[in-house]
Design a protein around this ligand. Structure first.
Ligand SMILES: *Cc1c(COP(=O)(O)O)cnc(C)c1O
Length: 391
């Protein structure tokens, strides 16, 4: 063999003994042993990989892990599709379920990106998007009777003022009118809330947030027990949209998930302590955290969740910008769910595209600050906040 071929040929896979951690399969395609095998794998009569956009070993492994977390390791019908961002999971699911002329009703307080996606691209694709207050169950049912939506879509607790919606009651309404109920469970993870057990049809995650937890990889997931839709129509939509998670990001997500229960426990613990602490401060006028007994939906949260999460928001009476600039430990950055505590200013960041009137009606004032609580020591978090208030 000449040197050009020696350089170009792939090295053989011959580990003497296997590595402790699974490898990252950075290969865009997979080898067939002849035409017969190729045809069988393409036709899905034989298990096998084809091309990384269709799926790859790291996708298979992480999908398996997410199914275990959501449905338990014995689940037969549980399925996961893992995508290259939370947004692409949402887009894959909606465009996979709906055709032009279909309708969806979404809760009026959603993650800003989801709201923009529905009002711009999804509407442009001929799918009618209506918004409604999902705490008004009677009014919602009337609206569903009139519009016959394919999809009902919500987040609970919602972003950023942590409203809690009654998923069980919403699932009953969805069943009655033959609509799919989709719950974005990014804020909670399956550790504290399992929407499908409460009757939802599909769960969405931005795995970029708590599931990864370290802020180093984008990803998203669709989970469901509708195995017929997941194995066929939605899998095909993911492949055709080109939204499969990359091998590297899938691998990083797998590493992050290993410590999820430990991280989340510490974060929830800190969040409850910080909510109580903020509640006592004279410079703070409002605190939103479902774990506070004064929270409007505290009882519902206690009933449908197995914890109150680690997201909270609060209003300062004045000097919001100076406070945010004076924080030393807590970082001002537009994400959430990392091991580090993060603040965000919804009015100028996540909800900047929302008309001011609607934003204020939803309680997203210029004084509102959203806090994603990390795993730092509680004393350091408290003193960082106190120092920044004094600055
Ligand atoms: C971040 C986020 C998304 C979008 O996920 P990406 O991974 O950023 O694409 C969707 N829903 C919620 C609740 C989020 O916080």
């Amino acid at each position: 063999m000449k040197i050009e071929s020696l350089c170009a040929r792939e090295i053989s896979h011959s580990e003497i003994n296997p590595p402790h951690l699974e490898a990252v399969y950075l290969s865009s395609s997979y080898k067939f042993n002849g035409l017969d095998e190729g045809i069988e794998i393409f036709d899905q009569r034989k298990a096998g990989d084809v091309y990384a956009r269709y799926g790859h070993p790291n996708h298979r492994q992480i999908a398996h892990k997410l199914v275990d977390l959501e449905f338990g390791p014995e689940s037969e019908n549980g399925r996961a599709l893992v995508t290259n961002s939370g947004m692409s999971a949402i887009n894959t699911l909606i465009t996979g379920l709906c055709t032009s002329g279909d309708k969806m009703i979404c809760a009026h307080d959603l993650y800003g990106g989801s709201s923009d996606l529905f009002h711009l691209n999804i509407s442009r694709a001929g799918i009618q998007v209506d918004e409604y207050d999902f705490s008004d169950l009677e009014g919602l049912e009337k609206k569903i009777e009139q519009t016959s939506p394919t999809i009902l879509y919500l987040e609970s607790p919602s972003n950023p003022v942590l409203r809690v919606y009654d998923i069980k009651a919403l699932a009953e309404i969805a069943k009655k009118y033959d609509s799919y109920l989709i719950v974005d469970n990014t804020f909670n993870t399956s550790l504290i809330q399992k929407p499908i057990d409460l009757g939802a049809d599909f769960v969405i995650y931005s795995t970029t947030k708590y599931l990864n937890g370290h802020g180093n990889a984008l990803g998203g997931a669709i989970l469901s027990q509708h195995h017929d839709l997941m194995d066929d129509r939605l899998l095909k939509t993911m492949r055709l949209n080109g939204s499969t998670i990359s091998p590297m990001d899938a691998w990083l997500l797998g590493q992050g998930i290993k410590t999820l229960p430990l991280r989340y426990k510490a974060q929830q613990h800190n969040a409850q302590l910080l909510a109580d602490f903020l509640n006592e401060l004279s410079q703070v006028s409002k605190v939103y955290y479902p774990g506070l007994t004064m929270h409007a939906n505290h009882d519902l949260a206690k009933e449908q969740m197995n914890g109150f999460g680690a997201m909270l928001s609060f209003e300062l009476k004045e000097n919001v910008d100076r406070f945010l600039r004076s924080l030393r430990l807590v970082t001002l950055a537009p994400t959430l769910g990392d091991i580090n505590s993060l603040v965000l200013h919804p009015a100028t960041m996540s909800h900047r595209n929302m008309p001011e009137k609607q934003r204020l009606e939803l309680g997203i004032t210029d004084q509102l600050i959203r806090l994603s609580v990390g795993i730092e020591h509680i004393d350091d978090l408290k003193s960082d906040i106190l120092e920044a208030l004094k600055a």
